[in-house]
Design a protein around this ligand. Sequence first.
Ligand SMILES: NC(=O)c1ccc[n+]([C@@H]2O[C@H](COP(=O)([O-])OP(=O)(O)OC[C@H]3O[C@@H](n4cnc5c(N)ncnc54)[C@H](O)[C@@H]3O)[C@@H](O)[C@H]2O)c1
Length: 321
Amino acid sequence: MRILITGGAGFLGSHLTDAFIARGDEVFVLDTGAIAKVRHLLNDPRFHYVHDSIFNLELIDSLVAKCDLIYHLAAVVGVEHYVADPYETLNVNVNGTQNVLKAAYKYGKKVVFSSTSEVYGRNPKVPWREDDDRVLGATTIDRWCYSTSKAVGEHFCFAYHKLGMPVTVVRFFNVYGPRLDRVDVGRLFTIFMGQLLRGADLTVIGDGAQTRCFTYVTDAVAATVAAGLNPAADGHAINIGVDVETSVLEFAHLMLELYGPTTSKIKFVTQEAVYGNSYEDIPRRVPDNTKMRTLLGIEPKVSLREGTALAMDWFRREARA
Ligand SMILES: NC(=O)c1ccc[n+]([C@@H]2O[C@H](COP(=O)([O-])OP(=O)(O)OC[C@H]3O[C@@H](n4cnc5c(N)ncnc54)[C@H](O)[C@@H]3O)[C@@H](O)[C@H]2O)c1
């Protein structure tokens, strides 16, 4: 098959690309970002890197026309980005998504759209089922623009599905692993990892009781591949994540333990000190992953301890290189 992966040079996209190349497929990656995460594939004749944007309409049209299956992962991701630049977040995640969906509709191609656990907002009733409510704050709080942008993308997906286009929405829950963001920026794992590598204290926001369901990248990718290949997933939103809740404080302790001897300790900081006033954290974030297990037939295989150790080894090797 020929697969188009927008955002395919990012963290999840690069692992998804690896998975399709390993299956023997041909992959076209369209990404504005750096090539580092897919550099290992550059000599593979079945891998094509197109360094351009989902705002290049002619290019999108020609890529969609020649591919059998479209994964739309390109997005502005990460709290620091959507708090700092809500315009870019909304523009890429809403208008850019429309460009991809329009082309896919024109050629009748299936799209898998990458959405997020953030769409549930701060709904206090966990675990979240795919048809549960979205509970969000005011539009004057920039923090909600990412959740809203992805929800608009989902609405477009379901609207196109009504018009006859095959589409599946996957909602990722805190995926981590090798090639996640640069250390010190981005998501919890890389922030803690950067602090460990520098011997600095691990900054836990608030009392650290807020929970996440950390999902190792190979489990998330297996489910994402299945979502694209299995027609039973068409027209569905599917939570992609493990349902084991871990508090941020527990995760900090696990990282300290697995890292081994270090001068780093745990330091509690206020949310305002890290993100200013426009961020609001979500106390519990847990998927009901029944659909992932039953519809896609995917059982997560990698425990948090195992996955954290694997990712940590990778980041330590990178830091030494
Ligand atoms: N990793 C997670 O835990 C997680 C959780 C929820 C949702 N997601 C979603 O999964 C997808 C991939 O996330 P990721 O973690 O790999 O993030 P990432 O930032 O590593 O990947 C996003 C990629 O999109 C590219 N991109 C941005 N704007 C573009 C444009 N205009 N044209 C082409 N490419 C563009 C970036 O260069 C980047 O490589 C995103 O849609 C994200 O919202 C990820």
